[in-house]
Design a binder for this molecule. Sequence first.
Ligand SMILES: Nc1ncnc2c1ncn2[C@@H]1O[C@H](COP(=O)(O)OP(=O)(O)OP(=O)(O)O)[C@@H](O)[C@H]1O
Length: 245
Amino acid sequence: MATHAGGLTTSRAVRVHSLARGFGDRVVLDGFDLEIGTGEFVALLGRSGSGKSTLLRALAGLDGDVTGSGLVDVPENSSVVFQDARLLPWQRVLDNVVLGLRGPDAIERGRAALAEVGLAGRERAWPNELSGGEQQRVALARALVSEPELLLADEPFGALDALTRLRMHALLRVLHARHRPTVLLVTHDVDEAITLADRVLLLDSGRIAVDLAIDLPAPRSYRQPQFLAYRETLLRALGVDETEG
Ligand SMILES: Nc1ncnc2c1ncn2[C@@H]1O[C@H](COP(=O)(O)OP(=O)(O)OP(=O)(O)O)[C@@H](O)[C@H]1O
């Protein structure tokens, strides 16, 4: 049960304690701890190979054959979205969304979820009749139709063009404000992290090297001086020098 103290949510949606993950001799995570509050929107940055996807898969219970130990406590009702929409090509859009949903109102809920992501009227389309961005909207509708307590997203906008990505940012912010799922978003994009998240984590050498609360009024924009300050902090921690040509 969520408890509130002075306006702060003190309940935890995610608790990871002393997590270890590796592939053969390669240790990716060791003694890793993380807590995420209920309803919090967390972005996870890190260099390529730093272990972001490994962590996300551990939370999603999709570890496969990695070796590991430790405590992973997440809500049972969790959804995952990936960089590719992973729709079933032989199922129409609405059927993709309601797949796995039970109850007499499944179709109705599927239609509502599609309307929320801006795809009302496309229920009977086949996935290959949709653009990449539209397919990713379907993936979001499928993830959110079960009203998950936790949404895990691994580079969900990584394959989209810049304009579509901005539209998806706006959509995800609206959906988060409306449904308040806890979100862990893995991204390479520092601006995406600052635009969307309440809190940005930077994973480096198997530990959280930066844990940055983002306190910016909406609409967030790189025109805000504080936005640029956050960007500089994160880029520096990632070892990127913006003055290099
Ligand atoms: N199936 C696998 N077998 C062996 N090593 C793996 C496997 N999957 C990942 N690794 C290694 O584990 C480390 C972490 O990988 P992971 O995919 O979690 O990183 P990442 O931060 O998500 O990277 P990227 O940003 O490039 O997606 C990397 O060194 C990678 O080479």
